[in-house]
Design a binder for this molecule. Sequence first.
Ligand code: HEC
Ligand code: HEC
Length: 326
Amino acid sequence: MVWAGGFQRIVRGLVPFGLASGLAFGLALVALPALADFETDLKRVEAALKKNPSQASGFAVRSCLNRYKFAVKLYEDGHEERASRRLRTCFELLDIPEVTVKARVSAPTQEDLEARARQEIERALVAEPDVARGLALYRECAGCHLPEGWGLSNGSVPQIAGQHRTVIIKQLADIRAGNRDAVLMVPYAAPEALGGAQGIADVAGYIDTLEISIDTNKGGGDDLAHGEALYTKHCARCHGAQGEGNAETFVPRVHSQHYNYLVRQFDWIKTGRRRNANAEMVAQIQAFSERDVKAVLDWVSRLEPPPSLQAPEGWKNPDFTDRPFE
Ligand code: HEC
Ligand code: HEC
C-alpha cells in the first residue's frame, strides 16, 4: 500500500496507478468539478507539506499528513467528496490560503463521462471478486431485483441473473459515472453504497452465481415470423443467435429478459435517451417501424439460455432464508 511507503514516496508523486490515472484524468477534464477540485487541493497540500511556508507546527504537519494519506485512500476507493473534505482540513492546519478564484465549471461532455466509466470498468474487470462480500452488497439490490435477480414482469426492473459479469460491471460503472440515466439505480450504484471498483467487481461476481428465470414477461406472440426475420438480419450478429450476447465485447444477454423492459430500453436506445447505447445498434434500428419493434422484441423475449443456465423448477436463492418482502 502506498501510504505505508511513507511520506517521501507519496509527496514525490509516486501515487498509485488508480490515483495517478485519476489525476491525469482530472487534469484533462476541467469539466468534472469533484476531480478537478481534489486534484488542485492535493497539489496545494503537497506543496505546503514540502515547504511549510506558513511555519506550521510539527504537530499540524503530521496531522495533515495523516489526513492527506486518508484522503488519497478515500479517493482511490471512489469517495471523492469525502476525500476532498478530508484534505480541506489541511488548509486550516497548515494555514494555506483558501482559493479565491472560483473554478469555471461546465457540464461534463459525453466523452468525459465515457472516459470516467472506462477507467472504473478497467479496474473492476481486473479485481478479484469477493463473492461473500458481493452477497452482502447484493442484499440491497434484492429489494428491487429480487433475491433471485429475476426482476419484475411489469418490466420496471430488469432480470439481471446470469447477465455477463462484464456487462453488469459496465452498466454499474456507466450509471455511476452518469453515462446512463437510471434514476432508481443511481444511489445503489454510487460509491457510498458499493465502494470503489472492488465493490462493483464483488457484486457482479455474486450476480454471476444466480440462475436465470425463463418465466418472464413476453410479447403478444402474433407476429413472430416477422420478428425472427428481423432478429436474424439485424441483431444476431451482435447479440448472438439465441440472444446470449458477448461477454468480451460487453454485449448484453437479451434472452429471457422481460418484454416490457426490452420495449422501454429499445425505445430509449433508439431515441438516444439511453446514452451508453452502442452507436452501431442505434443506427441499425432507426428505420424500425412500430410493428418491427414489437415483433422483434417479442421474438427476443422468447429466446432462452441453454438449459444449463436456466433455474431449475422452483429454484429459490438459498442465500436468502428470511424474506421480509414476500
Ligand atoms: C430501487 C430499486 C433498485 C435497486 C435497489 C437496485 N436496482 Fe438495479 N435497476 C433498477 C431499475 C429500475 C433498473 C432499470 C433502469 C432503466 O430502466 O434504465 C435497474 C437496472 C440495473 C442494471 C442494468 C440492467 C440492464 O439490463 O441493463 C444493473 C446491472 C443493475 N440494475 C444492478 C443492480 C445492483 C448490482 C444493485 C445493488 C447494488 C441494484 N441494481 C439495485 C432498480 C433497482
Ligand atoms: C452492433 C452491435 C449491435 C447490434 C446490431 C444490436 N445491438 Fe443491441 N446492444 C448492443 C450493445 C453493445 C448493447 C449494450 C450497450 C451498453 O453498453 O449499454 C446493446 C443493448 C441492447 C438492449 C438493452 C439490453 C439491456 O439489458 O439493457 C436491447 C434490448 C438490445 N440491445 C436489443 C437489440 C435488438 C432487438 C437488435 C436488433 C434489432 C439489436 N439490439 C442490435 C449491440 C448491438
